[in-house]
Design a protein around this ligand. Structure first.
Ligand code: NDP
Length: 324
């Protein structure tokens, strides 16, 4: 049997945590032959609720779970961790501006960055889910001194999955038939679902531009709000699913001839300022991702890219003091 790996989840007593933890424990994220030690991290006030989650994990008698660390102490929580799914974040309160949200979360992710740097395994792979996830990841990675920067990423896979479903539905095929689409940019309403190279059942597929601008892009952008309206609760299950997909693809790789979307430190590709945490189309092989180069960018897409770049630059400027 393989030796166990340590998987940390912050915000473990929250909604996304509740949908995510049990699937990670069952082996869905890292495979049915990979034992795991779960590191469940949350704030002090959430420890009683987290204890309830721990009891439920115990009562599932998961064959792959070799241990559970449930804690509000991040030094313990991140000790020797190999994978971290950073879900915990301060939600936007009534009347709160994006700038306030950035500041509040800036404190959380600065602190978490220090604990990861000082305690985690040097091969740790991190995905930030808590919003605003791109800039939270930037703040976090800035605290890291001796782990490669490319190990710090943020999640746009839910946007990718949402786009894939809308396109499959429109074209009358299965989601798995849709390939070569990607999300560029920020995980926010400025995100750019790029579909100019799309294939369906391995053939080039096109949809009309009016549907793209008037239906497709707004539907993908507003899907979260639509689910809240319908369920009176946020889209926690699909967010947890996408976080798992992100790590699974990072570990196992992308399918030959396809790519996925990950928000990663920009290397300057597509004119995106270096260092921004920006979602790109990526292929993954042997645990390493690379940006898909040379995709044609039409004036329509360039206009959208400029907007999402500007938003991320503005977010970075708003928390510039935290990067010093
Ligand atoms: P959720 O588990 O529903 O959401 C957590 C974060 O994920 C939020 O920032 C949320 O952003 C984000 N998110 C990303 N994609 C989605 C999506 N599609 N749908 C919904 N959310 C999405 O929040 P809860 O309030 O239930 O739980 C948060 C937990 O985090 C609490 O238990 C709290 O104590 C904890 N926490 C832990 C910290 C730590 O461990 N260091 C720090 C701060 C909080 P958005 O706000 O935009 O919905």
């Amino acid at each position: 049997q393989k030796p166990p790996v340590r998987v940390a989840i912050t915000g473990a007593a929250g909604q996304i945590g509740y949908s995510l933890i049990f699937r990670v424990a069952s082996g869905e994220m890292l495979g049915p032959d990979q034992p795991v030690i779960l590191h469940l991290i949350d704030l002090p006030f959430a420890m009683a609720a987290l204890n309830g989650v721990v009891m439920e994990i115990q009562d599932c008698a998961f064959p792959l779970v070799q241990g559970i660390v449930a804690t509000d102490n991040q030094a313990v929580g991140f000790k020797d961790v190999n994978y971290a799914l950073l879900v915990g974040a301060k939600p936007r309160g009534p009347g709160m501006e994006r700038g306030d949200l950035l500041k509040e979360n800036g404190k959380i992710f600065t602190e978490t960055g220090k604990f990861i740097n000082d305690n985690a395994s040097r091969d740790i792979k991190v995905v930030v889910v808590g919003n605003p996830c791109n800039t939270n990841c930037l703040i976090l990675a800035n605290q890291i001194k001796d782990i490669p920067k490319e190990n710090f990423t943020a999640m746009t896979r839910l946007d990718h999955n949402r786009a894939q479903y809308q396109l499959a539905d429109k074209l009358g095929v299965h989601t798995s038939d849709i390939r070569k689409i990607a999300i560029f940019g920020n995980h926010s309403p400025t995100m750019v679902p790029y579909i100019d190279q799309m294939t369906a059942k391995n053939h080039k597929a096109t949809v009309d531009q009016q549907w793209v601008t008037q239906t497709f892009i707004p539907t993908v952008q507003q899907r979260g709000a639509e689910i809240i309206k319908a369920r009176k609760l946020s889209s926690a299950a699909s967010a947890g699913n996408a976080a798992m997909n992100h790590i699974t693809t990072w570990v196992n790789g992308t399918v030959e001839g396809d790519y996925t979307s990950m928000a990663i430190p920009s290397d300057g590709s597509y004119g995106v300022p270096k260092g921004l945490i920006f979602s790109f189309p990526v292929t993954v092989k042997n645990g390493k991702y690379s940006v898909v180069q040379g995709l044609p960018i039409s004036p329509f897409y360039q206009g959208l890219l400029d907007k999402t770049i500007k938003e991320l630059v503005d977010e970075r400027n708003a928390i510039d003091h935290l990067l010093k």
